[in-house]
Ligand binder design. Structure first.
Ligand SMILES: [Zn+2]
Length: 275
């Protein structure tokens, strides 16, 4: 009880504090509350309701909860926005309303663009998995989506669908982003697993170029995992030296140590078809 009284005394000594700022619970006495009247200093509030922070309606600056007192709010208004110092409550209320509207508009714009971005990644993944040409994104998939949406939902929804890009370049970029991300995750796992086994084999592509494919096997959380590591063109003849050079180049770029490679298997075995 003493504690409560002492605290109340100390807070009541602050002349700047409005009557509403004194709360009943002793623990919250130290947190200053927002008073509707503070709008005349050009301030609204943001953050947690129990410890709100004053936010300037003009510049958006957020002050600390301790600054939730007329003298400090006034100081900010006079020093940072002298031209607004003599404006009345109604002026700041209008500004606040305008800010809210802009915020709402911005939020909806960002949400749509984020969704469009996510959608373009999903479609790029489908194109990659189905091994379809990148140009299918714009010429077939997007065109089909727009037709379906136009017939089933309406012209306004078509505008939304039209916001996401599926050009061949975009699809290529998205696939590249995803594959880099997958490789990055795999390298991290490999480095943390420390020991791994490597399986490599060559094949010839439709252009008659030799492609070296590598697969790694390692332990992750007590499970043996197998992952495709890379597919690289072997520029020269597929001799042992060339295969080592291509693999070594890849290891150097990814910071993988040969000393952690406990076994190298050449060719496909363990039920895989091929040579
Ligand atoms: Zn300001």
């Amino acid at each position: 009880m003493d504690k409560f009284l002492r605290r109340k005394d100390s807070s009541s000594r602050t002349d700047d504090e409005p009557s509403t700022s004194v709360t009943k619970k002793p623990k919250e006495v130290s947190e200053k509350k927002y008073d509707e009247d503070y709008i005349k200093y050009g301030f609204s509030w943001c953050g947690d309701e129990t410890a709100p922070r004053p936010q300037c309606i003009i510049c958006g600056d957020q002050l600390s909860n301790e600054s939730m007192v007329p003298s400090k709010l006034k100081r900010h208004l006079y020093s940072s926005h002298p031209s607004c110092a003599n404006k009345d409550k109604q002026y700041f209320k209008r500004c606040l309303e305008q800010n809210k509207k802009q915020k709402k508009f911005m939020k909806s714009a960002v949400t749509v663009s984020e969704k469009a971005l996510e959608a373009s990644y999903h479609v790029a993944k489908l194109i990659a998995l189905q091994k379809k040409p990148h140009t299918d994104g714009e010429t077939l998939i997007k065109a089909a989506c727009m037709e379906i949406v136009r017939l089933m939902l309406g012209p306004n929804e078509v505008k939304e669908v039209n916001k996401f890009s599926l050009s061949a370049d975009t699809v290529k970029r998205r696939i590249h982003d995803m594959s880099s991300d997958i490789l990055g995750t795999l390298i991290k796992k490999l480095l943390s697993a420390e020991k791994f086994a490597l399986q490599i084999n060559e094949t010839t592509d439709i252009k008659n170029k030799a492609q070296l494919i590598a697969i790694v096997r390692f332990v992750e959380e007590d499970f043996i995992k197998e992952h495709y590591l890379f597919c690289k063109e072997v520029p020269e003849r597929t001799t042992g030296e060339e295969i080592f050079r291509v693999t070594d180049d890849f290891f150097k770029i990814c910071n993988i140590q040969w000393s952690n490679c406990i076994a190298v298997l050449h060719g496909w075995r363990c039920g895989n078809d091929g040579s």
